[in-house]
Design a protein around this ligand. Sequence first.
Ligand code: 2NM
Length: 336
Amino acid sequence: MDVDKIESALRADIAAAGDPEALDAVRVRYLGRKGRVTAMLRAISDAPAEDRPRLGAESNRIKILVEELLAARRAELVPQDENAFYAAPIDGTLPATDGSSGRRHVLVQTFNEMRGIFHGMGYRLASGPEVELEYYNFQSLNFPEEHPSRDLQDTFYLTDDILLRTHTSPVQVRYMEEHTPPLKIIAPGRVYRNEAIDQSHAAEFHQIEGLYVDTDVSMADLKGDIALFIQQLFGSKTQIRFKPHFFPFTEPSVDVDMTCFGCAGSGCSICGQTGWIEIMGAGMVHPNVFRAVGYDPDQYTGFAFGIGVDRVAMIRHGIDDIRLFLANDVRFLRQF
Ligand code: 2NM
């Protein structure tokens, strides 16, 4: 095998290649499975042991040389290609590129819309930690020691007394500790519950809770603010109704229904033929919550409410699986 012969043949072949396709054919002829360099490398194992180191070194040198010469020739050829490309007439019939850009997450859009409405009604923003003391998440909110939601089955505990907040109410307790009424705030954010996951239950979801405290705040004030909020979010013809409910931190407590936006109350598949959709929970702040933050329950009254942001986004956009929000699938996200 004559290394010099292969080298001069290679140089000639590469010089003769006039375009990238011809150059690629040269590459295959030398480095391909049946190529000349490949054959050289294969032949080494059949050679006498004393010749192998020399043959190995020569084959490798040739292999590297082939790659270098190919790369150099490719660099010579490509600019001509580029010139041809730019010299070609522009085809005005080609479709435009889609010009797509990023956008806000559908949950953030929903958050912002809801926050904007509350802002217009005089609510200030409050925020607090997602990793929270058990005290702020439960004790201060009048949850009895043996309340089922305190169970490990339902709440993610990080230590004995530190957990992932299960609602944004602790934000409001912290806020009341630091401020004197009158106060009117919303606490938006992510909350965590150790749920069995399905299309309507996620372990991470999103809430906006509201709180209004002053002298003489009544259930009528609660109903007025909720109606105003719901009508701005879902349309001015939307009606609401209260059903009795129970929360540890409010008394009395209510579940709030709104008339179905799909059928305006006559019954359809969205509302399960009832004409009503359950949209939020609310109530008058329990005196024990006021005591926990040092307010005199004889001096102040207040209402509070909570609404799920995921649920609002699902209702408004016809989304049937809550898990889609955090799946980070752009095919879903770019629809909104
Ligand atoms: C709800 C329903 C009813 C609520 C209560 C409080 C606090 F801190 F003032 F006690 N914040 N949020 C509340 C009341 C939340 O969510 C369904």
